[in-house]
Every structure is written in C-alpha cells, then in structure tokens.
Design a protein around this ligand. Structure first.
Ligand code: FAD
Length: 346
C-alpha cells in the first residue's frame, strides 16, 4: 500500500525557488567517510540529474579536507567543508550549528542524510531550526511525476504500509535514508569539482557536551551491522538465548557482526539493535549466514541484497533456501560448532 501525503502548510515558506541543488551530508568517523554518505551520493546524483540541479556533499570534522577527492569521485560537483577542532567528534550543538548556517547561506533544495545514530540526531534538529519537515528512515527515493518533488518512501504503521511523503511548501526537502538500501557508486577518480571551505562559527563554550574518552569500540563492532562484511544472524531455530554464543563465536572468528531475526529479538535473546529486516536494519554484507531463520519476507527485506547468503536450517523446505546461494540442511546446534572449528583452521 502506498500512502501519498501532501500536507497543506498553514503558511507557505517565502520564495522557495531560491533553494537550489541536492546536498548529501557525509558522516565521517576519524576522517573516513561512512558508507552511507557515499551510497547517498550515488542516489543524490540521480535526483540532481532528474531535477536539472547540481549535487553537493557536506562534510564537517577536523582534518577532513582530504575526503573531498573521494566525494568528487563518487559524484559530487561541489564539496562544502567545515573544519575545526570543535568538530573533531560529533556533537549535536556544533554540527547542528554548522549545518544550519550552511543551509541559511547556500539554500539547498534537498538534503539527504544517513539514518544512522548521528543522522537521526542531527537531521530532525536541523530541520526544526530551518523550519522544514523531515522524512525519517526512508527505504527508497524518487521524483513525484506530478509535482517534480522528491518522493520519500518509508515503512509506516510498524512496516504494514509503505508511505510516500512529499514536502511541497517548505525548503529544503529533508530526509534520512537507511544505510545499505543503495549501492555505492563506482568511483571515477578523473572527476573534479569545486571545494568550498566554510568557517564554523560555534564557540567552544557553546558546545554543551564533551566527549572525554572512547573506552571501547569492540562491542559496537559486533553490532555495527550496516558496515559489516560478514554477518552471522540467529533466529528462533536456535531454541534458547544461550545458544547465541555459537552465533557470536562464528561472527568473531569471521571478524563480522551479529544479526537476529525479530523472533529472536522478541524472545529477548538479543537486543533490538541487532534486528535485521523491514523493521530492523537493512544490511548488505559480502556474506550473510542465516542460522535457524525461516526466511519470512520481512526478514528478507533487510538482507536480500547481501552478496552471498548461506542458510542453515533443519527444514529443507524453509523459504530461506530460495534466497540462499548455499544451504546446509541440519541442526544449527550441530552444524555451527563444526563450521567454527573448520574456519579456525584456515
Ligand atoms: P521462525 O519463522 O519461527 O523460523 C525458525 C526457523 O528455524 C524455521 O525455519 C525452523 O525450521 C528452523 N529451525 C528450528 N529449529 C532448528 C534447528 N535446531 N536447527 C536449524 N533450524 C532450525 N522479522 C524479522 O526478522 N525482521 C523484521 O524486521 C521483521 N519485521 C516485521 C514487520 C512486520 C510488520 C511483521 C508483520 C513481521 C515482521 N517480522 C520481522 C517477523 C517475520 O514475519 C517472522 O515472524 C520472523 O522473521 C521469524 O523469525 P525466525 O525466522 O527466527 O522464526
């Protein structure tokens, strides 16, 4: 079901024609662009071409100007860089101020951001500051033929309908998009563009939170599903919470992340942050190993673009085998220990 929402604004924003161009906010960590920003450059390029406009990337941080080359290669015509020590780590105050200033000055028509922890914090706050709306957690983007507006599509009502949202009366049109729903564009290192350095205006005393120390990144690696190359996911077929230790061990041997079906999450075997699927995360690793997962359509919605899918299930007729490149029919509690031992030998 598709619901088209065309809300009539009480007061149309003044002169929306002044807003031009498609922007992609590039999230970075330690000077590396997160995949989602690059994925959105590919999609942003399509939107910009369909709208006859230019594509710009926006990156905020410290020592991040060298990223510009990669952003041009991935499709940006222009890169806005806001640099400074106060932007070294993500902070809501500093990044909101920087992005809001950029929008007020340069007036983009569209802004795409990743639906990551940072994007979900930054996007709504900036949208509110500049007086526009935001469609959160989109899973597809397009152009509405009737109006030429960006059509933002996202699951609604617990995933039971797909709603397409338009933003007719305010600018910029803003949305966050789930990681891994689009493929990264193939970089073209011959592409060049315009670099715009913008001085951030925030004063250190206006930043109300301070990152004191990063204690550990190991736990986040285990549930960093969106960037993982290998994911081992467990479902109801594991039978008990304690059996997830096998999933964790295989994920650790492969240097990958741990996923879970909704049934496993609802059973309390894994926190919701691990859920893969329509109402969980969308993932696209090189290898996805589904253990004791039946392959319901809502689970497949979150992992079917994985390069290689391996399924372990005791039921030879389980639907997951229709999507799997390799299948093992057997008891997951017997197969996993053997698999772990064999992989350890490599
Ligand atoms: P089951 O469907 O119960 O499958 C368990 C499988 O394990 C079976 O195939 C069985 O043969 C196998 N098995 C049992 N014992 C063993 C054993 N010892 N060894 C090997 N195999 C064994 N689900 C998601 O995962 N993610 C979502 O985001 C999501 N969103 C949803 C949104 C909506 C609106 C709705 C209605 C549902 C959603 N669901 C989602 C739920 C989805 O429909 C399924 O109910 C769920 O994916 C089932 O999880 P499962 O495969 O672990 O369990």
């Amino acid at each position: 079901v598709t619901a088209i929402s065309r809300p009539a604004a009480a007061q149309p924003a003044a002169d929306i024609s002044a807003y031009q161009g498609v922007w992609v906010y590039i999230e970075q960590f330690a000077g590396q662009a997160r995949n989602v920003g690059l994925e959105l450059l590919g999609e942003g390029r399509k939107l910009a071409e369909a709208m006859g406009q230019r594509l710009a990337a926006v990156v905020i941080g410290d020592g991040i100007e060298p990223l510009a080359g990669e952003l041009f290669a991935s499709g940006a015509d222009k890169v806005y860089v806001v640099e400074g020590a106060e932007y070294r780590h993500y902070s809501t105050d500093a990044y909101t101020a920087a992005l809001t200033d950029l929008i007020d000055t340069y007036k983009p028509a569209v802004i795409l951001m990743g639906a990551t922890n940072d994007g979900r914090d930054l996007g709504p706050r900036v949208a509110c500051r500049v007086g526009t709306g935001l469609t959160a957690d989109c899973t597809s983007l397009g152009i509405d033929e009737e109006t030429g507006l960006v059509a933002w599509t996202r699951p609604a009502f617990g995933g039971n309908i797909m709603a397409t949202i338009l933003c007719p009366n305010h600018r910029p049109q803003m949305g966050t998009v789930r990681p891994n729903v689009f493929k990264r564009p193939v970089p073209d290192s011959t592409r060049r563009g315009e670099l715009v350095r913008v001085a951030g205006k925030i004063k250190p005393q206006d930043i109300r939170t301070q990152l004191i120390e990063i204690l550990s990144v190991s736990d986040t690696a285990a549930c960093n599903l969106e960037e993982a190359q290998f994911i081992v996911a467990g479902g109801r077929g594991l039978g008990a919470s304690g059996n997830f230790a096998l999933i964790e061990e295989l994920a650790s041997v492969l240097g990958g992340a741990v996923g879970a079906s909704r049934a496993a999450v609802e059973a309390g075997w894994k926190p919701a942050i691990h859920q893969v699927g329509q109402t969980g995360k969308t993932v696209a690793p090189k290898v996805y190993i589904a253990c004791g997962i039946s392959g319901a359509i809502q689970h497949l919605a979150g992992m079917s673009t994985s390069d290689i899918i391996i399924a372990i299930n005791k039921d030879a007729d389980a639907p997951i085998f229709k999507s799997a490149n390799f299948g093992i029919v057997g008891d997951v509690l017997e197969v996993l220990p053997v698999l772990i031992e064999e992989i350890k030998k490599i």
